[in-house]
Write a protein that binds this ligand. Structure first.
Ligand code: GLU
Length: 597
């Protein structure tokens, strides 16, 4: 995969998009054979979609499309859409399979945010299925006896980090609102794959091998991922009967089969009994869990409305701030190769992250100046700060309309490959953008009834106060941790034109903003927009994607005054452009495809 990616990116930057495609075509067959072997048995359509991605071309379709991180999950969604199901129906099928074949990233034990465009009413609705802190959580949850923050992985691995999962109820709620297909049938593919076995992908195998020490800490986790003592390997056929049984219960009785009764009790027992690091989740937390509808956040950009998920996600506010500032500059004129474009994007991002750190958290617990943060006049004022010639020597939060003295919450998140994004457009014209996660790769590493439990609570700030002033994103009972997930739908004249999102921790915000700019300002098609090399700046230092031509900007960016480094930037963008036809793009850094008809 990497061979191809690097070849494509080099070709893209050197010779422009058209030549890149031709060159990528010539390297695709060889580089593609690994992935093709791992996904033997896929439909001809799915194989064609995989080859299109490898050749750097978007998938084209006329009626519907689904893009997600694993071909088996995409095929399950495609079957639902082909049979006339809605985007919400297809999401249920996709998520059920992802929980099996990509268990490290998302599943029943996690949470998600969903953005929905309704073709009939033209309305955008956002649903919050974020994990929630147990009622017994205290401000000391992630602190030592001396009140110092725990080390990240000491907090992550075990029961302490597990929040009440939201994904099962979100699946049910989306189906209740927008589903047309029979609920139980949506689990058929996932149940069959779990019972008959699925082929372990290279990515899953690599991640299991790389995380052996943590996964082996818990017997049930070890038994599943190291069935014969060694790690599961790419190409192995793996069954997961407990997962099939859990899905059957949810298929039969709905999400309540998860939030009460034997499943809930076993989750709680697992969390409370986690050796060395027990948590405080209770059956009351599960019984009280609710999906929340939140007001969508929409920001104007180049004649479009960029709509996404508000608090407790910082996604739409931060992406919106970045774009809202950049709207004052001519990025199209500057182009993607200009260092000046990246100075503007990098510093707009730093300014937005400064506001994010101070103001953004679960709005049910702390007042968040959501409107003030994306107010055009405020963003115009912040955009002025970008008018100089060099990198800003330092950035600090602004004063949006409405002000509360919250101090900067240190960003504790560590970037490891996890989380997943699903984009779907159905034949009726509804669009769904959902980012779904168990947080860290393999979450808390606790495995129960065939799925992993999340470690989402480590998205809270481990410190509660700084110099006696509370931090907005501190731990509180019943609160939802701040997220960076940015499921997005871009509208033009009220109609969706782009459905997009990505995993990647707090770099999600940069990945999504960059891909939107690439598509809207630089005219890249969705596949080019998701594949282009990443340049991300959150807190001052500029991350350039290792092994790509992005690193050639390093001197120019250093000359502006940035600290610059090359690193792996593991996005997982899945996007659908909606126009005369549908065009789908799947991130070449992961195993997914975009498939349509
Ligand atoms: N837990 C993160 C969030 O909600 C996502 C983690 C990831 O993308 O790797 O922002």
């Amino acid at each position: 995969m990497w061979t191809w990616l690097i070849a494509f990116l080099i070709a893209f930057f050197v010779s422009g998009a058209a030549t890149a495609q031709q060159e990528a075509d010539t390297v695709a067959p060889e580089a593609g054979s690994d992935a093709a072997a791992a996904f033997a048995g896929l439909s001809a359509d799915a194989r064609a979609a995989m080859m299109a991605k490898q050749a750097g071309r978007p998938t084209e379709a006329g009626e519907w499309m689904v893009a997600a991180a694993n071909p088996l999950a995409v095929e399950a969604g495609a079957r639902v859409l082909r049979a006339g199901g809605s985007a919400a129906d297809a999401m249920v099928a996709v998520q059920a399979v992802l929980g099996l074949v990509e268990p490290q990233s998302s599943g029943l034990g996690g949470g998600a945010f969903l953005v929905w465009y309704d073709a009939e009413s033209s309305a955008i609705t956002t649903l919050d299925g974020r994990e929630t802190a147990p009622l017994a959580a205290t401000p000391r949850l992630f602190q030592t006896a001396q009140g110092e923050p725990l080390k990240f992985f000491d907090a992550v691995v075990g029961g302490r980090s597990v929040g009440t999962p939201g994904t099962p109820m979100l699946m049910e709620e989306a189906h209740r609102r927008w589903g047309r297909a029979n609920w139980a049938g949506l689990f058929d593919d996932a149940i069959a794959l779990a019972e008959d076995g699925f082929t372990v992908s290279p990515r899953l195998a690599d991640l299991v091998a790389g995380d052996a020490k943590r996964l082996r800490r818990f017997p049930a986790t070890e038994a599943y991922f190291f069935p014969d003592g060694g790690p599961i390997a790419a190409g192995d056929r793996l069954t997961n009967r407990p997962y099939a049984a859990t899905l059957r219960q949810i298929a039969g009785d709905g999400a309540r089969a998860f939030y009460a009764g034997a499943v809930a009790e076993e989750i709680v027992a697992k969390v409370r009994g986690a050796g060395g690091n027990p948590g405080v989740l209770s059956t009351v937390d599960l019984a009280l869990y609710r999906v929340k509808e939140r007001p969508p956040v929409c920001v104007a950009y180049r004649g479009h409305d960029v709509c996404g998920m508000g608090p407790p996600s910082s996604g739409a506010l931060t992406v919106g701030q970045i774009l809202g500032m950049l709207a004052h500059y001519d990025l199209a004129g500057l182009g993607p190769q200009s260092a000046e474009s990246w100075r503007l994007i990098g510093d707009a991002s730093r300014l937005a992250f400064a506001d994010r750190g101070r103001y953004m958290a679960d709005a049910d617990f702390v007042p968040v100046p959501a409107e003030g943060l994306v107010d055009p006049a405020y963003l115009a004022e912040r955009a002025e700060l970008l008018s100089g010639d060099d990198a800003l020597p330092q950035v600090s939060p602004g004063a949006p309309q409405w002000d509360h003295a919250f101090l900067w919450a240190d960003d504790m998140s560590i970037e490891l490959p996890s989380t997943s994004h699903i984009s779907i457009v159905d034949a009726q014209g509804n669009a769904l953008s959902m980012t779904t996660t168990i947080e860290n790769a393999f979450g808390s590493r606790l495995f129960v009834r065939g799925f992993l439990l999340n470690n989402e609570l480590t998205d809270f700030s481990f410190r509660t106060h700084a110099d006696g002033v509370p931090i907005a994103n501190r731990v509180e009972p019943g609160k939802r941790p701040r997220s960076s997930m940015s499921p997005t739908i871009v509208l033009k004249d009220g109609q969706p034109v782009l459905v997009i999102g990505s995993p990647g921790g707090s770099r999600i915000i940069g990945y999504v903003a960059q891909a939107i700019i690439a598509h809207l300002d630089w005219g890249m098609d969705v596949q080019q927009a998701v594949a282009m090399p990443h340049l991300v700046n959150r807190f001052g230092s500029y991350d350039l994607e290792e092994g790509t031509r992005a690193t050639e900007l390093s001197q120019a960016l250093a000359a502006y005054g940035y600290e610059v480094g090359a690193r792996d930037l593991n996005s997982g963008l899945h996007a659908i452009a909606v126009g005369q036809t549908l065009q789908g793009g799947a991130d070449p850094r992961r195993e997914g495809i975009a498939l349509g008809q």
